[in-house]
Write a protein that binds this ligand. Structure first.
Ligand SMILES: Cc1ncc(C[n+]2csc(CCOP(=O)(O)OP(=O)(O)O)c2C)c(N)n1
Ligand code: SF4
Ligand SMILES: [Mg+2]
Length: 363
């Protein structure tokens, strides 16, 4: 006899329902205080660095997913820093996978639960199944296994926590490291003054264009409600879903540890990380239009990994940001167009900018 597979439908958080949210001088919400679930499947007491963006993502994703969740984590900081012998911060089932096989492991998990429920060997609804892989895993070493899982449409949520480097092995360059981002494998010097020469791989667009039947979205730790709602939408979607989340790494990027969430907003407001959602039913992209459009220097100057940039490098990134603004359907203000001219810039460490800065050199 075949048993029916019943699935959770997680309600979305109400953007307007935040208790005590206040605005800053730009009309941005200063604090996100949604009515968060009490439960914390990623409990306090892990060993990531202070201000670790991936740890913030893990906590919010698992709060949104709730207690009936099974998590996988390929090798990376969020495996190594979260698990010592006989000890993890998870209050839900969790498994480590090799760095290349987050996708195939999670496929097996999803197929296994489906089969066990159908055969009556597992009672209860289909659990929330998700994997959170680093950018080295999801965009490089394990890309094939995640793409295969999306293509086969296993009912699970595949998340890339993107700290734009191979952090755990010592801040090496990854495909998502931005242009001019300094890592231990992309040092700047006389021959290559910008550090990294190549633009980052556009992982989320690859996943959406390549697997048009999947729910795909981008988000950042600067927008917790957005992150939690996209987690729930991805889990509610019957079939495969992919979420690409920007998660600063204070050790690798060299910034003040309290600035992780601020960076998660500034990267969007400077046009360097478009936030969007791809709806597989409509085959449509929906783009978030931030209330503020900043020069890229407002973002870059907060991080030591960009401290070596010369005027032409800053102008190159401003041009890339301006292309992103146009691509998401926003006007590019004249003052941002003007900043595509290197003559309008100085070396980054001598630029004028508007926030706590980090003039040191990173990595
Ligand atoms: C096949 C393979 N190659 C290399 C490694 C070494 N390694 C362990 S963690 C890691 C970094 C992973 O980077 P990422 O996926 O971005 O996660 P992060 O450390 O940044 O959190 C690497 C390269 C490995 N474990 N397996
Ligand atoms: S090195 Fe970066 S990603 Fe790893 S624990 Fe520290 S802040 Fe987090
Ligand atoms: Mg990484």
């Amino acid at each position: 006899m075949t048993h029916e597979v019943t699935r959770h439908q997680l309600p979305l958080f109400d953007e307007d329902g935040r208790a005590g949210a206040t605005d800053d001088e730009h009309g941005r919400d200063l604090y996100y205080l949604p009515d968060l679930p009490e439960e914390d499947p990623y409990a306090a007491g892990h060993r990531t660095c202070a201000g670790c963006g991936p740890a913030i993502q893990y906590r919010w994703v698992l709060k949104a997913a709730g207690q009936d969740t099974v998590v996988a984590g390929p090798t990376g900081c969020m495996y190594v820093a979260n698990s010592t012998y006989l000890c993890t911060p998870y209050t839900v089932p969790w498994a480590h996978t090799p760095i290349a096989s987050g996708g195939s492991f999670t496929s097996g998990l999803a197929a296994g639960y489906e089969a066990m429920i159908r055969k009556g060997r597992y009672l209860g609804p289909y659990p929330n199944i998700l994997v959170m892989a680093g950018d080295g895993s999801a965009s490089d070493i394990g890309l094939g296994s995640i793409s295969g899982a999306l293509y086969r449409n296993h009912d699970a949520l595949f998340i890339c926590y993107d700290n734009e480097c191979y952090a755990n092995t010592g801040i090496q360059v990854s495909p998502t490291t931005p242009y001019a981002g300094m890592t231990t494998f992309t040092p700047f010097g006389k021959a290559i003054p910008e550090g990294k020469k190549l633009p980052p791989k556009n992982l989320a667009k690859m996943m959406a264009e390549g697997h048009p039947h999947c729910y795909v979205a981008t988000t950042t730790v600067g927008y917790p409600v957005d992150l939690m709602n996209k987690t729930r939408k991805g889990l509610n979607h019957v079939g495969a879903a992919f979420l690409h989340c920007y998660t600063p790494c204070q050790k690798g990027w060299v910034y003040q540890t309290s600035m992780t969430v601020e960076l998660g907003r500034r990267v969007v407001e400077s046009g360097l990380w478009p936030v969007w959602e791809y709806d597989p039913a409509e085959r449509q992209y929906h783009y978030f239009h931030p209330p503020l459009q900043r020069p890229v220097t407002d973002y870059l100057a907060m991080q030591g990994r960009f401290g070596h940039m010369l005027p032409e490098h800053v102008a190159t990134l401003q041009a890339a940001a301006n292309r992103n603004w146009a691509a998401i359907g926003m006007d590019v203000p004249q003052h941002l167009r003007d900043l595509e001219d290197p003559a309008r810039h100085q070396r980054l460490k001598d630029e004028e900018y508007s926030m706590p800065v980090n003039r040191g050199v990173g990595a």
